[in-house]
Design a protein around this ligand. Sequence first.
Ligand SMILES: Cc1cc2nc3c(=O)[nH]c(=O)nc-3n(C[C@H](O)[C@H](O)[C@H](O)COP(=O)(O)OP(=O)(O)OC[C@H]3O[C@@H](n4cnc5c(N)ncnc54)[C@H](O)[C@@H]3O)c2cc1C
Length: 450
Amino acid sequence: MSTVVTVIGGGLAGSEAAWQLAERGHRVLLYEMRPVQSTGAHVSSSLAELVCSNSLGSKLPDRATGLLQSEMRALGSLLMRCAEATAVPAGGALAVDRERFAEQVTQTLSSHPNIQIRREEVTRLRLDEACIVATGPLTSPALADEIGRLTGEEYLYFYDAISPIVRASSIDMSSAFSANRYGRGEQNGADYINCPLERDEYYAFVRALQTAEIIELRDFEREDPNFFEGCVPVEQLAKRGDDTLAFGPMRPVGLTNPHTGRRPFAVVQLRQDDLAGSLYNIVGFQTNIRWGQQRDILRMLPGLQSAEFIRMGQMHRNTYLNAPALLCATMRFRAQPRLYFAGQLTGIEGYVGNIATGLMAALNLSRQLRGLDAWTPPRETMLGALCHYVTHADARRFQPMKANLGILPPLATRIKNKAQRRSAYAERANAAIEMSLATLDDDISKSSRA
Ligand SMILES: Cc1cc2nc3c(=O)[nH]c(=O)nc-3n(C[C@H](O)[C@H](O)[C@H](O)COP(=O)(O)OP(=O)(O)OC[C@H]3O[C@@H](n4cnc5c(N)ncnc54)[C@H](O)[C@@H]3O)c2cc1C
């Protein structure tokens, strides 16, 4: 097979994608701009450099990343194989010797007869070519401009300003209540879950925010004058004055607490985050507080004492697309049939999720070039749930998502015990991926499982 495919970006997603395509017989031109041009976070010229932690997350089979890792192994991922070959002791986590990991990926790709690596910044997309764009959260400004022109600038974002997400079933509704301000809207005016605070509770909460430990910004974020513009973190608002939040995101106007019959002193609102109504995000609570402290502080809120957090709040530099408006679940760009995106650009977060989208994009682009049907993993799998989430979330307020059990479809029966629930999700996912792969007419995935 002689179709030449361009892969832009030799990070996690791009390296996986290039290898998957090459193994399927395509000739691959892999563009990586380092070391000619740096991103500000990478420090080497190696492919698949891990920019921060050396951990690929929990490897326990009933945890979200562990599940995704096992699905990636079943699909024959090169980067998972390299991670296992260069693993270092890290308890229940899959951590790697970052240099050996990146060296092994670089070596494997450099010596592959079907892969040619060009150390060059790409600034233009050739829409007549089959191409996967995997230039990551720190995509070079020139290429970001080009992507913005293609997608429409309003569909390309440069920063995450993520509010925490809570599992709905863990909210204590004997303290919280459902209502919209002034009873407006649909669902009998009860779209929001409200956590009401009395005066003392409010000031104790504000003091906790004011003194919380913050995740330090990196140099390339600190130097950017646009960072945080338009979405000030909640702890910064708290530092502007004790009452700032009570007149801002925590204002109680238009709400009566049915448990007391009175208007609360302040309120924190949560808005439905998924179609099933199983997840709620905390409205206007973008924050950079360290995760452990963030969890403790948010559990001070009436109704959230035992909250299970699906995602913590965070703010960082991140280039990503409005995937629900632009991409199919196969990672194909809807408006250009031979253009795919992969990695953090798709709105899927985390090292393993990024590797996974590289594999998804490559597998599907290869299938398309060979005249085969597209393949999407079942939604019961972690990979299927992630691809579904980022391409079906509410496009009006899309924010990136990482692997977590909360985005899997609910189990047929409700299981209260957490450990048993996790096992049930994992067993269902393993069965689903097995069954789906058994029917997938793909030689590489089959041979990797042999
Ligand atoms: C500072 C930072 C820290 C992070 N820490 C973690 C963490 O600890 N754990 C975690 O799970 N996730 C982390 N992430 C999120 C994410 O998982 C990683 O960024 C991951 O590497 C993204 O994979 P990717 O393949 O999408 O992009 P990358 O791995 O960044 O790869 C993109 C590649 O494209 C190249 N490139 C960019 N523009 C061009 C161009 N125009 N032409 C050619 N090449 C180009 C870049 O040099 C880079 O090599 C972090 C992100 C950032 C920004």
